[in-house]
Ligand binder design. Structure first.
Ligand SMILES: *Cc1c(COP(=O)(O)O)cnc(C)c1O
Length: 393
């Protein structure tokens, strides 16, 4: 029924799994047949405070009864409060722009960078260097910014100019020319394969870019909002980017994207905008999400989850050497490297059948992005089922 309706009326842009989830509690999900799942995906890093979170639901309900949306033609109290909260948590001297998704946040970042590269009313420096295995979104510009060139289908062209791809961090300087305005990177590549860059190399890159008056744009759409244990991965890496983008974990599932920048006075009224961006509903939800996560971090809950998950993943790789070769990632963005793409696919399928949700990343990695509020009992239940699944392979 659901499958037939979906196939008839929804564009087939996703390779979907036909399960009908009806409700959830924290990292546990239930489908219409009553089957229970442990969710190690949090809806791809979005449901940072878990499913069915009562505090977020109450905040949304309270806000929805008052004002959901009024447009950015007026000041919006929850938006100003959220901007302050994000800036305070970052420890940086920045301002925020609110969008509705990761791709839209990156579009904003690209516009800021291009205006920064303007001289005498013309864009002089406009090129942004990104990495070959990066992922920055699905809109035309953010897709072109994505360095995985096999995603640049010719039938979507022509694409905008101004994006060049470096093989890796060491290759970045080879692509800098007089038209370069900055570099956009993920500190821990998510979709590209849960690859965490070396801290020293990132700090060196940040230093060198600053010296050359080039912008460092950090795409924290997946790594931000306590995913690494710190509020930002930029804090984990101890760098101060010029522009940071956020989205996935910010609203606990309510769509919201953020551009944070230290270039406070660059964009003027009319330069950029978004009808829905930063409305009452999403900002109120995000404020509640941040309160919950800040409390979890302060109580040591997130750190404990990080340690528990890390140990479990290391043990899994050791216990199933025929399937896996290594672990990767930081905090609660983690991966285990399957020995082949076939194994990756088989693991995801088998774990799903046993009631565990995991994600793929890159060509052969199995990715774990649990809600940050997952309980130890949920982690343990998830790994027990994961082991049952792996034993069948
Ligand atoms: C998911 C993701 C995006 C795109 O976010 P959307 O909300 O799907 O537009 C961009 N960058 C990174 C690093 C992501 O993980």
């Amino acid at each position: 029924m659901l499958e037939a309706m979906d196939k008839e009326y929804v564009l087939g842009t996703y390779a979907r799994n036909y399960v009908n989830f009806t409700h959830g509690k924290n990292a546990t999900l239930f489908d219409s047949e009553g089957k229970e799942y442990i969710d190690f995906t949090s809806g791809i890093g979005v449901v940072s405070v878990g499913h069915g979170n009562k505090r977020v639901a109450d905040a949304i309900y309270d806000q929805a009864q008052k004002i959901i949306h009024i447009s950015n033609l007026f000041s919006i109290e929850p938006q100003a409060k959220l901007a302050k909260k994000l800036v305070d948590l970052s420890g940086f001297s920045m301002q925020c722009f609110f969008a509705n998704s990761g791709a839209e946040a990156n579009e904003g970042a690209i516009k800021i960078a291009r205006k920064y590269g303007e001289e005498d009313g013309k864009i002089k420096r406009y090129k942004i260097i990104t990495l070959e295995s990066s992922f920055h979104g699905r809109t035309i510009s953010s897709l072109k910014a994505t360095g995985q060139t096999d995603m640049h289908a010719t039938y979507f062209g022509p694409y905008p100019d101004g994006f060049v791809y470096a093989k890796d961090l060491e290759d970045i300087p080879n692509h800098i020319d007089e038209h370069t305005v900055g570099v956009m990177i993920e500190l821990i590549q998510g979709e590209g394969g849960v690859h965490a860059f070396d801290i020293q190399q990132i700090q060196d890159l940040a230093k060198n870019l600053k010296k050359q008056n080039l912008l460092l744009i950090v795409d924290e759409v997946q790594t931000g909002v306590f995913r690494t244990g710190d509020f930002l991965a930029s804090q984990t890496y101890n760098i101060e980017p010029d522009i940071i983008t956020l989205a996935k974990g910010v609203g606990g599932g309510v769509p919201i994207g953020v551009v944070m920048t230290r270039l406070k006075d660059l964009l003027k009224a009319g330069d950029h905008g978004s009808t829905f961006g930063g409305n009452y509903l999403s900002c109120r939800a995000a404020l509640e999400v941040l309160d919950i996560l800040e409390e979890s971090a302060n109580k040591g809950v997130i750190q404990k989850n990080i340690e528990t998950l890390e140990k479990k993943l290391e043990k899994t790789v050791k216990d199933f050497p025929k399937l896996f070769e290594n672990t990767s990632g930081v905090g609660l963005i983690r991966g285990i490297g399957a020995r082949s793409a076939d194994i990756q696919g088989a693991v995801i399928k088998a774990t799903f059948e046993k009631g565990v949700l995991v994600l793929k990343a890159g060509k052969n990695r199995v990715r774990f992005l649990p809600p940050l509020t997952i309980t130890t009992a949920e982690i343990e239940a998830g790994f027990e089922r994961l082991y049952h699944a792996l034993e069948t392979l």
